[in-house]
Design a protein around this ligand. Structure first.
Ligand SMILES: [Zn+2]
Length: 232
């Protein structure tokens, strides 16, 4: 019967190692997810920056086109004004007025274009810098994620061998003892605990002398009358 206790202790040791491996796997998986999240975040930031840059370039091109049109109109107006075709002073004044207006439009557009150009340049610089920075960061993230994946695979493989070992030990235990052990594991981290004198190290309560004696003499599988844990 002390064989059974030995098997139970072995089972418990395997389960503790198994729990430890599972915790490590969970921790590593979370770390991997955090890195993945960061990778997605920087990719999104870069995507938005590129979008802003494209919009700024488009706005600049639009303004340049507007300026070109205004210049053409201005040129046509100027040619008309100095062509000698217009003789009425009233009409001349009107043409002069519209030329002046076109000049104002041109100057306004030129100012706007300068601002747009500055905007495009700033965005281009930011995009260049961030692309460089992010590509380095991304490389680092990918490397770390690959490392974590390798680690997780190794941990899973360890866990699989541990589970196989556990199965072979569980197969040697009587069914009712195994069921009891599994039930205790659901409640306590330790289903098998030592007896310190007459005190159960699981619940810290004193067990009856007869129980303590039975444990010491290794008379079968003894359980704590208070908490139900296996005593060894
Ligand atoms: Zn107890």
């Amino acid at each position: 019967m002390s064989d059974i206790l030995g098997l139970l202790q072995k089972l418990q040791e395997i389960d503790h190692r198994g729990d430890n491996l599972k915790q490590k796997i969970t921790k590593r998986t979370r770390e991997g997810e955090t890195l993945e999240e960061e990778k997605r975040r920087i990719e999104e930031e870069l995507r938005l920056l590129k979008q802003a840059l494209e919009q700024a370039r488009l706005a600049l091109a639009r303004k340049e086109l507007e300026l070109k049109e205004a210049e053409e109109k201005w040129m046509t107006t100027k040619n008309k004004l100095y062509s000698g075709e217009i003789t009425s002073s009233k009409e001349l004044a009107q043409w002069e007025k519209s030329m002046k207006k076109l000049e104002e439009t041109k100057s306004l557009l030129e100012d706007e274009i300068l601002l747009e150009m500055e905007n495009v340049e700033n965005l281009e610089r930011e995009f260049r810098e961030k692309t460089k920075l992010f590509s380095e960061r991304e490389k680092d993230l990918v490397q770390r994620m690959a490392f974590i994946e390798t680690e997780i695979a190794a941990l899973r493989s360890d866990l699989a061998s541990l589970e196989a070992e556990r199965e072979s030990i569980a197969a040697l235990l009587p069914q009712e003892i195994l069921i009891r052990y599994e039930d205790l594991r659901k409640k306590f981290p330790n289903a098998v605990v030592p007896l310190a004198g007459e005190i159960c190290e699981g619940c810290h309560l004193t067990v009856p002398t007869v129980v303590a004696k039975a444990v010491r003499r290794r008379e079968g599988v003894v359980r704590c009358p208070n908490c139900g844990r296996f005593l060894c």
